[in-house]
Design a protein around this ligand. Structure first.
Ligand code: AHR
Length: 339
């Protein structure tokens, strides 16, 4: 069933623009396409330089997270930001206390990817109460608790449901619509995992020859993905396809499949999401079938949105990021986009 987040994002999707980058966002807002919303109650953002910005990362255990953190480090000087960074090491409660620490330091702006939708929603309200504007990047929070445009400026991120659709569409084609699928889910309770599952499952439901024979969380981590795949392979030796919610778990699954004496890409088709360097290399090696890109480069977009917001411009409640798609047909010329 669609979460509040999903429903609200689907509603938002009908109203939103789809900027490719800051310049397109500027163009769209300039032409007045941005959704009008009651943002009067949102805290204001100063135009001063330097601006003290808190960036609270969820964990740093994969290339995607490292690339996201780097994009904030890289943009800081250009944007006139003095960035305070924390790393929650995969813990919701640490991410909450990291953000509480930033609120106590009176940062001017808070930017973070909420590790899970529900546990990280109340802290958005606390920041608003303390007069600190918030931009959520990558993942969103539970919209029944904290709402974009009312409690925080905006959500900047990909359409995770669409990523699930694109992964499933590829798998339907690659298998002729006949597959017994193991699904390796991301972090339970994360909007990225909820919506990637929803999107993929929607397409599978329309294809009677496709069955999800097992679905379990690998927490977006390579080694957890490998362990879960090892166990599921023993229980389901008839598996013919794997859908992993990110490249790291897919790479873990590839290791497990090889250890079980099967050939990834031949005996078992694999599709995933992220577009990391490791994912692209695995496509080139014929072991991974396809990867839907999920861009981690939020620094420049967040800078652009913050500057516009500080000047008093209306910001859409969802600044949607467009993602590429990689398979054997374009992997060689796409290597430059891996991270
Ligand atoms: O929220 C985005 C997901 O989080 C990425 O796909 C994954 O690699 C990361 O940990």
């Amino acid at each position: 069933m669609a979460s509040h987040n999903t429903q609200s994002r689907e509603l938002a999707r009908k109203q939103q623009i789809r900027p490719l980058a800051g310049s397109l966002l500027a163009l769209a807002i300039g032409f007045g396409f941005a959704t009008a919303h009651a943002d009067d109650a949102l805290p204001k953002l100063s135009t001063k330089t330097p601006l003290k910005v808190g960036f609270a990362q969820t964990e740093s255990n994969n290339p995607w997270r490292l690339a996201e953190t780097k994009s904030f480090k890289d943009v800081a000087a250009k944007c006139g930001w003095q960035v305070v960074m924390t790393d929650a090491n995969g813990s919701n409660s640490k991410q909450v206390s990291d953000i509480q620490g930033m609120i106590a330091q009176h940062v001017d702006l808070l930017v973070f990817p909420p590790r899970e939708e529900k546990p990280l929603a109340p802290i958005v309200l606390q920041a608003k109460k303390a007069g600190i504007p918030v931009i959520l990047v990558d993942r969103d929070v539970d919209q029944s608790v904290a709402k974009a445009g009312r409690d925080y400026i905006t959500f900047i991120g990909s359409d995770f449901i669409d990523q699930g659709h694109r992964a499933a569409d590829w798998l339907v084609k690659a298998t002729g619509g006949k597959a017994k699928i193991i699904e390796l889910e991301g972090t339970t309770g994360a909007s990225a995992a909820n919506d990637r599952k929803k999107g993929f499952d929607e397409i599978v439901a329309k294809n009677p020859g496709m069955t999800i024979i097992a679905s379990q969380s690998g927490d977006f981590a390579r080694d957890k993905g490998r362990q879960v795949m090892e166990t599921l392979l023993q229980a389901h030796p008839d598996v013919t396809a794997v859908y992993a919610h990110n490249d790291e778990m897919a790479l873990g699954a590839i290791a497990a499949i090889k250890a079980a004496g099967k050939q990834p890409g031949k005996d078992i088709q694999i599709v995933t999401i992220d577009g990391t360097k490791g994912g692209l290399d695995a496509i080139a090696a014929g072991e991974l079938g396809a990867s839907v890109q999920s861009s981690p480069f939020f620094g420049p977009l967040a800078c652009d949105v913050a500057q516009r917001y500080a000047k008093g411009e209306k910001i859409p409640t969802w600044v949607k990021v467009s993602d590429r798609f990689y398979d054997k047909s374009n992997v060689q010329q796409s290597m430059q986009y891996g991270y």
